[in-house]
Design a protein. Structure first.
Length: 421
């Protein structure tokens, strides 16, 4: 690790100013502003990156919490104010995570390695990409078989087959088809079909992550396209982006039962988004839980080992279920909540370092397997950050290895067939 003195000084100045300001004014909003500043620094430094998305999503949740703290208005249970708001601690935990991330990406070569991974040319046959496209379409229907298309949430988890990871089969199949996205009409059709099918069934998180991952991979070698997108004169790109965001907000409001949605409500929901507010409430609950029950000391992580056993279905030790039963949360868990529930601030520090180190190890080796794994992490960053690591475990441990074996078998047999003819 090569220490960058300039970036160290930036962090030290931020910490010093925040400490002095908070000590004098005793206002947790100063910590919130600090989080926003460090998030902006991360975004400027990392640009189109997994780390930009991670920091943005953490701080996006804090915006809803800040609205609740300062105005008493947000959304859902968070807005009801049933339990005291741990605004100060929520900002401290997030600030620690943000600072560690900024320090890591500023003093290692992880960003350059990530860019190299994004440019990795994972060559594959059109036969395999077509198979992936078909798998994605078939499992989209298996995951969401009903045809009501009403954005209702009551039947969205009633899949044709047992289990709840079929949506990740779709995402992973589409990821494996990315190398031929530009050249295969079938792959493009599968993306359009699956994205439309997911949105019609009120599934936004997977779609948003997948689309962002695809855009990053497509644009990484097109600096001219990036300049066009961010050029003020090209308003159509901004308009398209706004329309997509408002559509996602509309789906969320409709799913929540709000049938009369005006533009003022929709634009306000861009800042105080329903899911982000619910995650903020979960975040708050995790801090309250440790105050009432103490730390779990790694107990919730035992579930990850239990879940590796096929056909085992249990919620024992599940951190999100613990909070749901205790505080009536909507489900899911912010990725900073579980390490805090287990070991407090020390747990958050260890989690941040381990997470960044594992990502670094994945992108260091420019292999096809690592490429597909990295894109999966990129595509599921929304789900992991807001719903927990549990939601990608089966994808990482089972689905990606199975798809990769299929990839190797098909490519080898096609090569053998071609050589024989």
């Amino acid at each position: 690790m090569k220490i960058n003195i300039k970036n160290i000084l930036i962090i030290l100045v931020i910490i010093l100013v925040l400490t002095l300001s908070f000590g004098v004014l005793n206002n947790p909003n100063i910590l919130f502003i600090g989080n926003i500043i460090v998030c902006i620094l991360i975004c400027i430094k990392a640009k189109f990156s997994l780390f930009t998305l991670k920091s943005f999503l953490i701080n996006y949740v804090l915006i809803s919490v800040a609205f609740q703290y300062n105005t008493g208005e947000s959304y859902g249970i968070l807005e009801l104010g049933i339990f005291p708001l741990q605004y100060e601690m929520m900002n401290i935990i997030s600030l620690i995570y943000n600072i560690i991330m900024f320090f890591y990406i500023s003093n290692t070569d992880i960003l350059s390695r990530e860019e190299e991974m994004q440019k990795h040319n994972a060559k594959e046959s059109k036969v395999f990409s077509t198979i992936c496209a078909l798998i994605a379409i078939i499992f989209s229907i298996i995951a969401f078989p009903n045809l009501n298309f009403s954005f209702e949430s009551s039947t969205r988890f009633n899949s044709l087959l047992p289990g709840n990871a079929w949506n990740h089969v779709v995402v992973i199949a589409l990821i494996f088809a990315i190398p031929n996205f530009k050249d295969s009409k079938m792959v493009k059709f599968s993306y359009v079909f699956c994205i439309t099918w997911f949105l019609l069934h009120s599934e936004r998180v997977d779609v948003l992550g997948l689309v962002i991952a695809l855009l990053i991979i497509l644009m990484i070698n097109r600096k001219d396209m990036v300049k066009k997108i961010f050029a003020i004169k090209n308003l159509k790109y901004y308009i398209i982006g706004i329309i997509v965001v408002l559509l996602l907000v509309y789906i969320g409001e409709y799913r929540a039962g709000n049938k009369n949605i005006d533009f003022e409500t929709m634009f306000r929901k861009v800042l105080v988004q329903n899911t982000a507010a619910d995650v903020g409430y979960v975040y708050n609950s995790s801090i309250l839980y440790t105050e009432s029950h103490g730390f779990e000391y790694g107990k919730t992580y035992l579930l990850y080992l239990i879940k590796l056993i096929p056909f085992i279905s249990t919620d024992i030790y599940d951190a999100s279920i613990i909070l749901q039963k205790e505080y009536y949360t909507a489900g899911g868990i912010l990725n900073l909540s579980e390490p805090y529930m287990n070991f407090g601030i020390i747990g958050v520090i260890i989690f941040a370092i381990v997470e960044l180190t594992l990502i670094n190890l994945i992108i260091r080796r420019k292999r096809n397997y690592n490429f597909f794994l990295y894109i999966f992490l990129l595509a599921t960053v929304f789900r992991v950050t807001w719903y927990g690591l549990m939601y990608i475990e089966k994808g990482v441990v089972y689905i990606i290895p199975i798809m990769y074996v299929l990839y190797i078998l098909i490519e080898k047999n096609l090569k053998r067939f071609t050589n024989n003819n």
